[in-house]
Design a protein. Sequence first.
Length: 129
Amino acid sequence: MYSERREQFLDEPNLDLRRVHDFADAFISDIERLHKRFKDPILGYEPLIMVLTRYRKVDILFIGADVFVPLLFKDVQTVLLALMRQASQDGVELPTEDMFEVYRKIKELWSLYRQIVRKYLTYYRVLSV
């Protein structure tokens, strides 16, 4: 999922802010699809049994977000720095509205990531009490 999108994104000959925005937007769509498909952790054990045996369920959404969101942030940062470097060398400015759109999309992704992590930590904090 992520590696295929990443390769397509980084292999683009003409990267611009719109492509960065679309890359983040596609990733948010992937996370939302994961959330629809795996609403609850899998391996359907009852919470009481899980507490007694200390067995943890596998939360696909959390694992996907925990692994891929930091990678996405790093890739986006690398591309944005390259775009800013190229723009300063060429003596042009990056479109301000596009920069704000990318910022809003990254902020949306960060908020989604925090919600997923908070849900996961709350779920397992309750179980471990």
